[in-house]
Design a protein around this ligand. Structure first.
Ligand SMILES: Cc1cc2nc3c(=O)[nH]c(=O)nc-3n(C[C@H](O)[C@H](O)[C@H](O)COP(=O)(O)O)c2cc1C
Length: 223
């Protein structure tokens, strides 16, 4: 079919329907610590080999224009402190986070019928940790991060490619240093919601909410 020849701007998706039956989430057996629960689910998604990039997550920010904005980035590390991703600090998301550190991270792993939604506060990762990750990246990715004014309007692709070639030329044989405008964010979670699809739309939803600095309140939410 030639998709360019479809002229009617309408499509009804009402018949897309699926029953979720793979698993369940039970207060009696979930981990006390939500980061450990996340780790367990992450390992299970990895082991399922059903997702190309299980670490692809949606990051939503509160924009300076008052609109929320979501985009996909790659989770690069999680620890007992939280979730780490890397980006350009001057990008649209970087500027949004500087004004409003509250962000939402979400994962959808359709093959296991699971979703995780995390609210937290983003802070810049310690410079030495960003340096370490930058050094570990392939040269091409380092150059790309250095040369791209992420989220700025550019005149053409050609302009970017010329800038990349020029930088490649100048830096040949030299070790590349992390530019100050590029680095990691650590998102310290305040709430984590685990969603497991169930039959008849009676899905399981368990939310952990931070109480004080250390303890987590666990609640079941209606689907
Ligand atoms: C699968 C996937 C992975 C991505 N990973 C990253 C990433 O790790 N860091 C990043 O800055 N952008 C990543 N991007 C690009 C972002 O979605 C986005 O275009 C970019 O960060 C600029 O967003 P902003 O203008 O809202 O700041 C990724 C996109 C996709 C589709």
């Amino acid at each position: 079919m030639n998709f360019n020849e479809i002229h009617i701007m309408q499509k009804d998706l009402g018949n897309y329907r699926r029953s979720y039956e793979k698993s369940a989430l039970d207060e009696a057996t979930i981990k006390e610590n939500p980061l450990e629960q996340f780790q367990l689910w992450f390992y299970q998604v990895e082991a399922s080999q059903g997702i190309d990039e299980p670490n692809a997550m949606t990051v939503s920010t509160l924009g300076l224009d008052g609109f929320p904005k979501s985009r996909v980035v790659l989770l690069k590390k999680f620890t007992h402190e939280g979730f780490i991703f890397f980006t350009n600090y001057n990008s649209e998301k970087g500027r949004a986070i500087a004004a409003h550190p509250q962000v939402c991270l979400s994962f959808y792993w359709p093959n296991l019928e699971r979703q995780v939604i995390i609210k937290g506060r983003a802070e810049k990762l310690a410079a030495n940790l960003s340096d370490g990750y930058f050094e570990s990246r392939p040269t091409g990715s380092q150059l790309g991060a250095m040369v791209s004014p992420q989220s700025e309007v550019v005149a053409s692709r050609d302009e970017l490619e010329k800038a990349l070639s020029a930088l490649e030329e100048r830096s040949r044989g030299k070790a590349l240093e992390r530019p100050a405008h590029w680095g990691g964010y650590l998102v310290r979670p305040v709430s984590l919601e685990f969603w497991q699809g169930r039959p008849n739309r009676l899905h399981d939803r368990i939310r952990y909410a931070l109480e004080g600095d250390l303890s987590w309140r666990v609640e079941r939410l209606a689907p």
